[in-house]
Write a protein that binds this ligand. Structure first.
Ligand code: URA
Length: 434
């Protein structure tokens, strides 16, 4: 079999046989297929797509390309959650302890920030001492003891996806439904949980810009989960504007704590209740969704979810006193208030552009080698749908120096648009696919 023939086959819109997909994934994992051929293939897939059968075969081949996690050492039904990525999306650190406080077992592997989107592992590492690199035994022990643990992806989990993802990131081949579906589901299958909750984002800050695309992606992933016997539910959620007020690692941890004390932004709180309820339902700790919602809300209001987060942070080596007294977090020493240039309704708060402004402040990586400034980021005082008067604060920027603030201020202002009419509001959770 020759890679050049397979690239031509896909370029011409033909369908791969299973052994051809195995050949590609093996060659990607062992390095025998050069990057330029893999990149050309990714571009051909972007244009020609893949059938459902091809996508499922690619997913399984990638899931088997490295280590797989056997979670049988964890007692009870394990539930995992994955978001397709967003701006201000700190939901994992709220819903994982909330669902765990309701008895669900969660052994979660999370990622780092990617492009304009943030990553749970980076956010967790803004808590001093926090370890996200536990070995398997410690990982299982924490889940059995506390009910939940969140760590970074282990070194050899889905190496084929790791390679392809890095190539896709720099060859404009990320936003393809079969490639995203196989990338996410291969990692979730290898990570071993019994049930999977997917948060598929749509809008200006998401990889899927329209609800129709997000639903197609969700359907593909739910079907793959069903094929391998992992019950999977997907929620389609809005990412047309940043979620909550905070964007940036320590700032988002502070907002996580506020939300777990019942003082969080309304949009974030509502979305987290829905996501956590789905985890509780998938984990069979509630008989119906209404009961699950009630349980999630109670855990977030009565402090048990917050205590669960503190317990998880402590056993993973983190200093939970920062969660109990969030003033201890060192935030960017330069803080700049950005004011509205005109009066009116905010008709656009472009999530991707705001995410890029936070990267300029140091909250994300410009290159793979960049070091994150945990204290950098943005707190939005206004969001899409709010009315603002000229000169009123729109946001506060946090950075290590003035130059970064100046650059980010320009980018941030370009993300906003103002108008004379209140924009139409729409639901945060747009659909549920099971
Ligand atoms: N997240 C992933 O893990 N993979 C993708 O392809 C896109 C988002």
């Amino acid at each position: 079999m020759r890679m050049v023939d397979l690239i031509r086959k896909k370029r011409n819109g033909e369908v791969f046989e299973e052994n051809e997909i195995e050949f590609i994934v093996k060659g990607c994992t062992d390095g025998s297929i050069p990057d330029y051929q893999l990149s050309a293939l990714m571009m051909a897939i972007c244009f020609q797509g893949m059938t459902k059968a091809e996508t499922a075969q690619l997913t399984l081949a990638m899931a088997r390309s490295g280590d797989t996690v056997d979670l049988s050492a964890v007692e009870g039904i394990t539930v995992d959650k994955h978001s397709t990525g967003g701006v201000g999306d700190k939901t994992s650190l709220i819903i994982v302890p909330t669902a765990a406080a309701c008895g669900v077992k969660i052994a979660k592997m999370s990622g780092r920030g990617l492009g304009h989107t943030g990553g749970t592992v980076d956010k967790m590492e803004s808590i001093p001492g926090m370890r996200t690199d536990l070995n398997k035994e410690d990982f299982f022990a924490v889940v059995n003891r506390v009910g939940c643990a969140v760590i970074g992806q282990s070194g050899n989990l889905c190496p084929a996806d790791k390679k392809l993802y890095a190539l896709r990131d720099v060859t404009a081949t990320v936003d393809s439904i079969p490639l995203i579906a196989s990338s996410i589901m291969s990692k979730k299958i290898a990570a071993g949980s019994d049930r999977i909750l997917l948060d598929v984002k749509t809008g200006s800050g998401a990889f899927m810009k329209t609800q129709a695309e997000a639903e197609a992606l969700a359907r593909e992933m739910v079907d793959i989960g069903a094929q391998v016997g992992r019950k999977t539910v997907a929620l389609i959620t809005d990412m047309d504007r940043p979620l909550g007020h905070a964007i940036g690692n320590a700032l988002e941890i502070i907002e996580v704590c506020e939300t777990l004390h019942g003082r969080g932004p309304q949009d974030l709180t509502a979305e987290c209740i829905e996501l956590a309820a789905n985890m509780i339902y998938l984990g069979e700790k509630a008989e119906d969704m209404e009961t699950a919602r009630k349980m999630a809300k109670e855990a977030m209001e009565n402090g048990t979810a917050f205590e669960k987060l503190c317990a998880m942070v402590e056993v993973q080596g983190g200093d939970a006193s920062y969660l109990r007294d969030t003033e201890k977090f060192a935030l960017g020493k330069v803080q700049k208030i950005v004011c509205a240039p005109e009066s009116g309704w905010i008709t656009r708060a472009h999530a991707e552009q705001i995410g890029r402004a936070s990267v300029l402040l140091g909250a994300g990586r410009e290159t793979k080698e960049s070091v994150i400034d945990f204290g950098a980021g943005i707190v939005l005082h206004k969001n899409k749908g709010d009315y603002v008067k000229a000169g009123e604060p729109l946001a506060t920027l946090y950075a290590a120096d003035e130059a970064k603030c100046a650059q980010a201020e320009k980018a941030l202002l370009e993300a906003f648009a103002f108008g004379g009419a209140e924009p139409e509001g729409h639901a945060l959770v747009l659909a549920r696919i099971e």
